[in-house]
Design a binder for this molecule. Sequence first.
Ligand code: GYE
Length: 339
Amino acid sequence: MIHTKRQIRKHFLGIIFFILICSLIGCSAQKKKVSQFDEDHGIIVGFSQIGAESAWRTCNTRSVQDAAAEKGVQLVYDNAEQKQENQIKAIRSFIAYQVDVIVFVPIVTDGWDNVLQEAQDAGIPVLVTDRKIDVADPSLYAGFIGTDSLKEGRNAGLFVLDKFTNKRDHLDQTKEYINIVELFGTEGSSVANGRAEGFREVLKDHPEFRIVYSKSGDFLRSKGYELAVEFLDMHEDIDVIYSHNDGMTLGAIEAMEERGLRPGTDIVIVTIDAQQAAIDALREGKVNCVIECNPKTGPEIIKLAERLAAGETIPRVQYVHEEVFYETDDLSLIEPRGY
Ligand code: GYE
């Protein structure tokens, strides 16, 4: 039988169509199986995490995973590897998978409206954690739990003000300006913006304090080192390093010590997170103030997710408890940090 080209193409397309239908049926069966699955085994939570850029982040991820396991919650975890587009893809896959709740850490504040509209259209509640978002329609997410970065910045500013105003005994009284270097976190992230804003708010009425260098180290230790090499080459007379996270601080300390500088003595250092290495540096006098940013929010996050899955409303904004550790404190009282 001679098959014309047209007949072959028609036959071929028929096979493709059949395969497509089978895969769609298979897929919807998969969805039904998933929804059947969660009725017997607790809720399913889609969790989109930024990445693993710092000790703080890996502790935060572990806290959520451990809390989910503890409560029998099925966690579908995605590591976005520092890319917003990967988070958006992950959220879309959570929607397709018909999870009960979506929890995500927005790497930056903007660009979430469309994908959160898709989640709302699919009837899936969204919990934002750690960092905040800006959306046109606030109903696109149910609530936020995380750090108060504005308060963290204010606490950093208050420490610097106090250190150089009230306790200038060992400092050069003749200095006209207190020169500050700022190691900025991820550009566009709510935590970096809040930490910068809070710090400036406290010092705005004290013109003798001036920020002579501010650049993003993306919360990375390696970039903290690179920026320190740069600003130490650029500026002879630095009094303070204000770093948005311990990772960048540790990198800067490494660069300083390579030049024979004494961190915490030659240059006052205030840092945020309170990972163990920063507390150790505080005890060694290499850092002067450590502001806690609590990563262990897993249990509270899972509790809120369960409430959302049960159709409850949750608080719009919930801040986690955080402390400040000063060089003058009894540092032996600080518990092991676990990250
Ligand atoms: O300070 C830093 C992490 O979003 C509060 O991100 C978090 C910050 C934290 O990489 O270490």
